[in-house]
Write a protein that binds this ligand. Structure first.
Ligand SMILES: [Zn+2]
Length: 236
């Protein structure tokens, strides 16, 4: 009875006549669907927003994943509609998280929070790339960045999404050669994790670096991220 659960709201949808249903990722209890009774009415006592962390009071049971919210308290907000570019990028991260529900671990919550709370205009692609590289590892589809995927040669010139990693000049096939700097950053981000963030925080990542990881993720996970398409249309 009356359990306190800290969770980040990922999406909000209508539910029955007057209620809303919140899809959340919690700090230590997986993804939870939470019903906010009466929240659809303007006069409703409870107001919720995506990209906000709340402490929810629910009656938690191990085998359930849908609960009614008894009470809630806003802990922190990462929602800011004044910066549309940032908000759209946050939506891409949220969609990635929602689609990774089956692989929940407490680290996923920790990493998405670290990412959202640290994002600024200087590091937005570094942090979002780091989150994506974390997901690649979680899915077990992280690229081979130790050498050419075909022969192991450490002198690499490109990346194959299909073969899953670096390529040397001999095995380039139909791929285009890439800049050394981009290959270095691809290796760096796939070797890094959130604990090593202080060591790489000054490396400049751009949209192309993020896109490269995103294309790799989509090809190898077979998951389509709709918000990424929108992001590219708006900001590329
Ligand atoms: Zn090779």
């Amino acid at each position: 009875m009356n359990d306190r659960v800290k969770a980040l709201v990922l999406s909000i949808n209508d539910y029955r006549e007057n209620d809303l249903i919140l899809q959340t990722i919690s700090e230590d209890k997986s993804f939870l669907s939470l019903i906010a009774k009466g929240a659809k009415k303007l006069s409703g006592k409870q107001h919720f927003s995506c990209l906000c962390v709340y402490e929810f009071i629910i009656d938690y049971k191990d085998n359930k994943n849908i609960y009614t919210i008894h009470n809630s308290k806003l802990i922190s907000s990462f929602y800011d509609d004044k910066d549309l570019k940032m908000l759209s990028l946050k939506n891409v991260l949220i969609e990635l998280t929602l689609k990774s529900k089956e692989l929940y671990e407490t680290e996923m919550y920790r990493n998405i929070i670290t990412c959202l709370s640290g994002l600024d205009n200087g590091n937005m692609y570094l942090l979002s790339s780091l989150y994506l590289s974390y997901l690649l590892k979680l899915y077990g589809i992280n690229p081979n960045v130790d050498g050419c995927v075909v022969c192991g040669n450490s002198k690499v010139v490109s990346i194959s999404k299909r073969l899953g990693g670096f390529l040397c000049a001999d095995h380039l096939g139909e791929e285009e050669p890439m800049e050394v700097e981009r290959l270095k950053k691809f290796r760096l981000i796939n070797k890094a994790d959130f604990d090593k963030l202080p060591l790489i925080k000054d490396v400049e990542f751009d949209l192309q670096d993020f896109d490269l990881l995103m294309e790799f993720f989509k090809e190898n996970s077979d998951i389509n991220i709709r918000s990424q398409k929108l992001y590219k249309e708006l900001f590329d």
